[in-house]
Design a protein around this ligand. Structure first.
Ligand code: ADP
Length: 593
């Protein structure tokens, strides 16, 4: 089990963990930045992940993550794209367990545990199969009876999709070309191995099928065999379905051929030392892949690049050389020195090894499924956070002002006193009163602070940071009405004074809108958005802007005088809520924390 925290924009890996021997009593957890390993207290995916995830997150030192991407092996015919996980998607992944009994249940556990730990975060499923949903019918159809195919959903799905897609994109970049102009044969050679024909950006053929058993020779899977062999050995050996499953998944491939190891490094070493079985394993491995490359060149009518990736493709010059030799017929000429010198790393993720006069480019590319997953997850989250950027939103500046209860008004202005309207405010029913008061802080006082009417249930003084420094008070940024645990203040009126126990806030910049406006923008009450404020001279992007929705509101963004000054929005010193020439545009919605 692997998990990483990746900063999507820079591609930087912040933290990386892996857990081995999950089924053992004491599974082993390792962080890449630590030499030591840690024992997980209990075996099993669930307890390991619950133990390890908080430790991984702690590596952020208090920073937060924006979403979680899950590699899900089988997405069947349903998922042609990475998908935001909801109850319906989860149920669909569960249904596909029949096609990926080893993988999908574990993937589901990961999703459920991550949601338990981070209930508010977006979770995205990235399917190994989805890149291959573009396979034409002729390529994904097996020549089996239609009724049986339809009943059981039998067709070629293909796997390793994110890796094939990732390296194809990198190949296009390395070649200074666009993916849509290239025909690429991508060979992912790891413990599992598959090859994919990518024609102008779309997967049109791939060697794995309904399950990851078909195609190339792999570590412990044999890939293509005559299906008649299964019938034969089942009969002759009296093997059960489970026996055959084990034979095909665990005992074949390099391991079965060599009788020694499923690890290509061992095979190459032993072959070099004269071990005949290992020599044969290497020959069969390379031959099978050569056959597929020829076939896929035939499918696409040629190729512009052949890419090698995965542990073997990235690291083994021997395998790359065996596979690409004698391919002059299709325009492939290798440069053996280049091939032998390839050392891929995070800093040097690709290298060419074709001769300069080769029509087809040959590349080794370091695949990075985690980065591909992070990038797709970020894309899906950003799409979900998109808001409508029109219409533009008028901005009003909220100068320091005071909301009072009727009781407070009477204490300051006299019994039975009623506020009188000086000017209406843009929010319906609200007005700037003729009445002003003096606010007395520990350091200084401010005179002529405008009262806004009508009276409210709570007393609340809204001032800017600059005002706070001036009067000597440290007030928190709050949404209107949230005055618990805020500082109090002394207020002088013409006929009395009043000491508020609490109620001084620095107003949280916000946008008022009606439910209809909210629909248009694609936001709702309580959402946090980013807003670009434009007024010519100093445009500014404000983060952490609160959306307030009520049928009583009128579309308008409210910022305080400090914020207005920073954006050079003009104001007149007198009023309480002043219209400006400036306008705001919603940029995006941020995830609720
Ligand atoms: P997985 O499919 O499990 O992600 P990898 O992509 O890490 O696996 O590939 C593992 C395979 O890569 C193993 O067979 C390993 O022997 C092989 N490999 C790694 N380094 C080399 C190397 N230098 N030469 C040959 N094979 C290598």
């Amino acid at each position: 089990m692997k998990a990483e925290i990746i900063e999507n924009v820079s591609g930087k890996r912040i933290a990386e963990m892996s857990i081995d021997r999950i089924a053992d009593q004491k599974p082993v957890l390792k962080f890449s930045d630590e030499d030591k390993t840690t024992e997980c207290p209990e075996s099993g995916h669930e307890s390991c992940l619950k133990f390890a995830l908080p430790l991984l997150i702690a590596k952020l030192g208090g920073d937060t993550i924006s979403g979680i991407g899950h590699r899900v092996v089988h997405g069947g015919s349903k998922f042609a794209q990475p998908t935001l996980i909801d109850a319906e998607v989860e149920a669909a992944i569960e249904k596909l367990i029949a096609l990926a009994p080893l993988h999908n249940p574990a993937n589901l556990k990961g999703i459920r545990i991550a949601r338990e730990i981070f209930p508010a975060l977006a979770q995205v499923a990235i399917f190994d199969t989805s890149f291959h949903q573009t396979l034409p019918t002729r390529a994904h159809t097996y020549a089996l009876p239609k009724a049986l195919r339809e009943k059981h959903g039998i067709r070629r799905f293909g796997f390793h999709g994110s890796s094939h897609q990732y390296v194809a994109n990198m190949a296009a970049k390395a070649m200074n070309s666009e993916l849509k102009d290239l025909r690429i044969i991508s060979c992912h050679l790891g413990n599992g191995a598959s090859v994919c024909a990518i024609e102008y950006g779309r997967s049109v053929e791939t060697s794995m099928g309904l399950t990851p058993l078909e195609g190339l020779v792999m570590g412990t899977r044999g890939g293509d065999i005559d299906p008649g062999i299964l019938l034969h050995i089942a009969r002759e050996e009296g093997m059960s379905i489970d026996d055959l499953d084990k034979l095909l998944n665990k005992e074949s491939g390099l391991k079965g051929l060599s009788g020694h190891s499923n690890d290509m490094r061992d095979i190459i070493d032993k072959a070099a030392n004269g071990n005949e079985d290992c020599r044969l394993a290497l020959l069969v491995f390379a031959h099978r892949l050569r056959k597929y490359i020829g076939a896929y060149a035939a499918v696409m009518g040629g190729a512009d690049a052949i890419v090698f990736t995965g542990g073997i493709g990235e690291n083994s010059n021997v395998v790359r050389q065996r596979v690409t030799q004698r391919m002059e017929y299709m325009g492939v000429l290798t440069d053996e020195d280049l091939n032998n010198d390839i050392r891929l790393s995070e800093e040097n993720p690709f290298a060419f090894f074709n001769a300069s006069n080769s029509r087809v480019k040959l590349l080794a590319i370091k695949t990075d499924e985690e980065k591909a997953i992070a990038a797709e997850t970020a894309r899906i989250i950003n799409e979900g956070n998109k808001v409508n950027t029109v219409p533009v939103i008028p901005i009003a500046i909220s100068a320091r002002h005071l909301h009072l209860t009727q009781e407070s008004v009477e204490m300051l202005f006299g019994t039975g006193y009623k506020l009188s309207e000086k000017a209406p405010l843009s929010q319906p029913g609200q007005f700037a009163a003729n009445e002003t008061v003096t606010v007395v802080g520990p350091k200084n006082s401010i005179e002529r602070v405008r009262i806004l009417g009508p009276c409210r249930e709570l007393n609340q003084l809204e001032i800017s940071r600059t005002d706070e420094f001036f009067i000597g008070i440290d007030a928190p940024v709050r949404a209107s009405g949230k005055v618990e645990n805020t500082p109090g203040i002394k207020i002088l009126g013409p006929n009395g004074e009043l000491t508020l126990k609490e109620g001084v806030i620095c107003a949280w910049r916000h946008i008022h809108m009606t439910p209809d406006d909210a629909d248009v923008f694609g936001v709702e009450e309580g959402d946090i958005v980013e807003v670009e404020v434009k007024n010519g001279a100093r445009p500014l992007t404000f983060g952490n802007v609160l959306i307030r929705v009520s049928p009583k509101f009128k579309l308008e963004m409210h910022i305080d005088t400090d914020e207005a000054n920073a954006a050079e929005l003009s104001q007149n010193a007198e009023g309480a809520l002043l219209h400006t020439e400036g306008t705001a545009t919603l940029l995006k919605k941020n995830l609720k924390h």
